[in-house]
Design a protein around this ligand. Structure first.
Ligand code: FAD
Length: 356
């Protein structure tokens, strides 16, 4: 089964075996099938954070499209430390389209995920890299994740703390990578929370508005901003043939900021940076790339950078995975050579080593 059509980048070879799983109980047939044949396993959601190799994957791909519902639990307790009685808990099936879930919450006037509007993919993929945008992270609304443990073939519920969320990280893409198949995500929303307006683009969008924007207003504003940046999947927009941002914003020690300023020949104050975890600072990967000579629309064969957003590597038409990787390597090499900072890739790689 060709995998390229199942990814937003649209590159990559076939899977040896492919199972579209629409109900979690079917997993208990798929897992023994793979185990009996000693096949490596890969769980596929919306394929929006994925780069598949040209050779494809020599194992079983489980297309996890179970369910499309979000169920509200009327009276549920909040997770610590925010003991707030005015909360709403919602459990969403892993197979629900993420943006549909966000809209369903915003339509109820509830704040918490409005800035995550328009992110492609399914609910089951949202905790994996702790999706984030415009000042919000999904981790802030996740109460627990229900998953099938591939090793024991038993269901587990990981509470918020057990998920180990950090910037674009969780246990699902670090210590316990490839261990679980997420079947549902439980969210908790603070019913008194005010909509999030942290990012400059959003503040500008609502400048001069007479009333405070509702979550639904922000949902639509975020989608409009994303469309302008090619970060929304829009039919016919070749800039959207990507896996979103290809590089994470590097999180560095204070001393690295001075080093970047020195290398760029600008005052430290001109280096875009934000506070990050543990007193560290987050730099802008896009700024570093532009300073290293990569501009919007940069092309290298059939791979390129989006003409609207330098961080997105795009398939300009018929690109191979090898061409995407060659452009990635060129960016990493130049940025590291210029600033001593090694950019880390965001999309997951599949089929580049014998077992994954
Ligand atoms: C145009 C565009 C814009 C984007 N913008 C953003 C953004 O603003 N912020 C952001 O954080 N990301 C962004 N992304 C990346 C991507 O949309 C998210 O990471 C999304 O959550 C991936 O979900 P998916 O269902 O497509 O997962 P996939 O790409 O199918 O898989 C990604 C990883 O999650 C695992 N996975 C998926 N589903 C499950 C499951 N049910 N159980 C266990 N593991 C699973 C896969 O094995 C894989 O390791 C963008 C992508 C695109 C194409």
């Amino acid at each position: 089964m060709a995998l390229a059509p199942y990814t937003t980048l649209g590159v990559g070879g076939p899977a040896r075996w492919f199972a579209r799983v629409t109900r979690p109980p079917e997993l208990l047939e798929a897992l023994p099938f793979a185990r009996a044949r000693r096949l490596p396993l890969f769980v596929l959601g919306g394929g929006s954070n994925l780069l598949v190799s040209d050779e494809g994957f020599p194992g079983l791909v489980i297309h996890a499209v179970f369910g499309a519902r979000a169920i509200v639990h009327p009276a549920a307790q909040s997770y610590e430390p925010k003991l707030n009685p005015a909360t709403m808990t919602v459990t969403a099936d892993a197979g629900m389209v993420w943006d549909d879930f966000v809209l369903s919450i915003c339509e109820q006037g509830i704040s918490g995920v409005e800035c995550l509007a328009g992110i492609p993919g399914l609910v089951g993929g949202s905790p994996i890299q702790n999706i984030g945008a415009y000042g919000q992270e999904v981790a802030n609304s996740i109460r627990s994740v229900t998953a099938l443990d591939i090793e024991t073939q038993e269901y587990v519920v990981l509470d918020h703390h057990a998920c180990g969320f950090a910037y674009r990280r969780s246990v699902f893409n670090t210590a316990l990578r490839n261990r679980y198949i997420v079947t549902a995500v439980e969210f908790q929303f603070d019913l008194e929370a005010r909509p999030e307006l942290a990012y400059a683009d959003l503040v500008r969008h609502f400048a001069g508005a007479s009333a405070e924007p509702t979550p639904q207003d922000i949902y639509h504003a975020v989608r409009a901003i994303r469309a302008r940046k090619g970060m929304l999947l829009v039919e016919g927009d070749s800039d959207a043939r990507s896996a979103g941002s290809f590089f994470k914003n590097p999180v560095v020690e204070e001393v690295a900021v001075a080093r970047v300023a020195h290398a760029a020949g600008v005052p430290r104050a001109e280096i875009p940076h934000w506070p990050a975890e543990n007193g560290r600072l987050k730099l802008s990967a896009a700024w570093l790339m532009e300073r290293a000579g990569f501009h919007k629309g940069f092309a290298m064969g059939r791979a390129g950078l989006s003409s609207k957003h330098v961080l997105a590597i795009v398939n300009r038409g018929g690109a191979t995975a090898a061409e995407i990787v060659a452009l990635r390597d060129a960016v990493v090499r130049e940025v590291e050579g210029r600033f001593g900072i090694r950019l880390e890739q965001e999309p997951v790689m599949l089929g580049f080593t014998p077992t994954e």
